[in-house]
Design a protein around this ligand. Structure first.
Ligand code: ATP
Length: 369
């Protein structure tokens, strides 16, 4: 549940403006990092910038933060352009991959550093420190130095420093990448809960699609300096706009087969690639039937990934059940409502899957909410 009293300095979402980028291009001497980016990051929502290394995510975040300037285009908060303002004038909090804690200051001093610089009165500083430390589970650690903290605790101090600033927009660049898998999962839900509790406008950079899918209200998928698709996690999964997005989202990602590999499929004109998610490949029921050779089986406990070969192409099947011996052939069914079609430029074509939400994904999101 949202507690709008938790962060009194943050105005209600209705009163706060969206962050919008339009026609943003960033050219360096040796590379164009961003090309004509148009995107709106809504107030009070968790937006994730997702894409492979080098796609321009960090550059976009740095432009929003004011650490760098666009070659062309505008950045605005509501109707007001902010791209000419220095970082200090943008009213943003930032958390980066390196926590950048001051080693000689204790936890309390690290958290309070920004407030001291801004000359916030001492009594108010103390009150805010107590509230934020309690919220972040740091009350017992305030006298320790960063070297005496675990990675997760250090990360919480960095988050606390951002939260205590009570700025309505928070930017994070891969803040969890230094943590081990278990801690990362814990911190994911902590950050998400914090964003919801404080109604923050969060802009979060990651290359990890699981992180994006589990945390975001909506995801901005980037590829080679351009925005490929902006959608909710559920929509991104159910209706990827391109071969790139289809192949980036999902564990393992969608099977993408040349049309020639499955000659019996009724595909729309211009379809060059057929997509089907590994968990949608069936071994019975209605749909296109085919035989596939088993190449390998990866047992994961709750389920297994079977690598198959069909028409010279690789096809992954995700299923529960007993391990299959390699070398066997399987009878498969490709259910028509689960198919996605793409043209030879990689763009989505009208597909049977546009009519049907992905039930497993829906369930996941519902239970998480
Ligand atoms: P990563 O996940 O690896 O951090 P990224 O998606 O954040 O990648 P950016 O750091 O934004 O990518 O870089 C985008 C492109 O711009 C890359 O090709 C990078 O080499 C280039 N680039 C970034 N900063 C500079 C710079 N200061 N000078 C020249 N090129 C740069």
């Amino acid at each position: 549940m949202k507690d709008s009293t938790a962060n009194p300095a943050v105005p209600s979402v209705a009163a706060r403006p969206d962050l919008s980028l339009s026609g943003v291009t960033k050219a360096f001497a040796t590379a164009t990092a961003l090309q004509d980016v148009d995107v709106t990051l809504p107030a009070g929502k968790f937006s994730v910038l997702l894409g492979p290394s080098g796609c321009g995510k960090s550059t976009l975040l740095r432009l929003i933060a004011g650490l760098d300037h666009p070659t062309a285009g505008t950045i605005a908060l509501g109707p007001d352009r902010i791209d000419h303002l220095p970082p200090k004038g943008r009213n943003l909090a930032m958390v980066f991959q390196s926590y950048a804690l001051f080693p000689h200051l204790d936890v309390a001093e690290n958290i309070l550093f920004g407030l001291s610089v801004r000359r916030v009165p001492k009594a108010e500083r103390q009150e805010r420190l107590e509230r934020v430390a309690s919220m972040m589970g740091l009350s017992e650690l305030l006298a320790r130095k960063p070297a005496e903290l675990s990675g997760g605790q250090q990360q919480r101090v960095a988050l606390a420093r951002a939260v205590i600033s009570q700025r309505p927009v928070c930017l994070m660049d891969e803040p969890l990448s230094n943590l081990d898998a278990k801690l990362r999962a814990e911190m994911r839900s902590e950050i998400r809960a914090l964003q919801q509790r404080l109604d923050l406008t969060m802009v979060y950079v990651t290359h990890d699609q699981v992180e994006a899918m589990t945390m975001a209200d909506h995801i901005v998928v980037m590829n080679a300096g351009r925005v490929e698709q902006v959608a909710t996690p559920r929509d991104l999964y159910a209706h990827p706009a391109s071969v790139f997005v289809a192949g980036f989202i999902g564990t393992p990602p969608m099977n993408l087969l040349p049309r020639a590999a499955i000659p019996g499929v009724a595909a729309p004109a211009g379809a060059a690639t057929i997509g089907i998610r590994p968990e949608e490949v069936a071994q019975g029921g209605d749909g296109l039937r085919l035989r596939a050779a088993v190449r390998s089986v990866e047992y994961l406990g709750a389920d297994q990934i079977v690598t198959l070969e069909v028409g010279g192409a690789r096809l992954l099947l995700r299923q529960s059940g007993q391990a299959l011996p390699p070398g066997d052939a399987l009878s498969l069914t490709l259910p028509e409502p689960a198919l996605h079609f793409f043209d030879d430029a990689g763009h989505r074509l009208p597909s049977p899957s546009d009519q049907s939400p992905q039930p497993q994904q829906e369930l996941q999101r519902e239970t998480r909410a």
